[in-house]
Design a protein around this ligand. Sequence first.
Ligand code: SF4
Length: 347
Amino acid sequence: MRNLTRAVKIGSVTIGGNNLIAVQTMASTHTTNIKELIEQIKTFENVGADIELIAKSVDKVRYNPGHLWHHEPKKSWQDKVQFIAETAGKNNCALRVGINCGSVDPSLMEKYNQNPTAAMLESAFSHCSLLDKIGFKQYCVSLKDSDPNKVIKLNIKFAKQRPDIPLHLGVTEAGLPSYGIIKTRIALEQLISRGIGDTIRVSLTLPNDRKYEEIIVGKRILDDIVNKRVISDVRYDRDGLNLISCPSCSRVENEKFIELTGEVERLTGYANDLIKGYDVTIAIMGCRVNGPGETMNADLGLWCGPKNVNLMIGSIRIGAYSYDTILPALKIELDKIISEKKLNAVN
Ligand code: SF4
């Protein structure tokens, strides 16, 4: 049985209530290139997208409480939300409170001793309470992480306390289709089979002309769940190498990022057997806006700029490498990490 959430109208589509689960995606072309943008939107519509997220969309706006915290730091977050809600209300626009593991409100991270799950949940609950107090009801919430197990845990906990709020489900930075689809499938199966979720987004690292595949994958997963073609007892326990990469969007500064993600997958294949039983994550992000934050929790992070790729170990930058020289540098660091993990396991 689906949770009976409140209905939220997004242009001509309504999510929540008794409505079907909507499948959405996000435009990844530059919004200033109208021709490319329209062509991409057509490819989404051809495969039946219900909602398309465009940076300048008018039917629904997503705000990220973590980013909001940094913006105009002297203003309280409550005042900022009040302004957003009033503006959205006047323009008949819905909101999504989009909470993401890579950009959690720093004051809550501090309060919860850097425990992102607790901080993300409090962030979600407090923003919902404030929007309710203001009287703004046309909103939904998303709680995303690159680890499907965390997505499952976060959304179950949220839905238990606020079963009335529509949830947008997705695994952020799920990566290339080869592993991103399975991560997303596991999270969606576990949540939707529990009646949780009103709209979904499959985030895959794909070039612009293949972005519409996110919709096809999302629809296929929903169809499989409805028809009980599920692997709902499968647990996504990380063992070995975990590659995460962002879905790419208009912020990508060098298209080589997509190609690089595939090259990293091929290069690091050798490590899968070597690190069975250990847990090593490599994160690859497409831009300088979210790249530094989103790579911080990985063992190795790569975030891509216009000319160089920055190689990170946690928050420490090892160096900036050209797209042609990053792979050997990555391999050296990966080998070091594998040796350290093995050494620690022996001791
Ligand atoms: Fe877009 Fe940057 Fe996020 Fe990748 S990391 S999806 S390029 S904002």
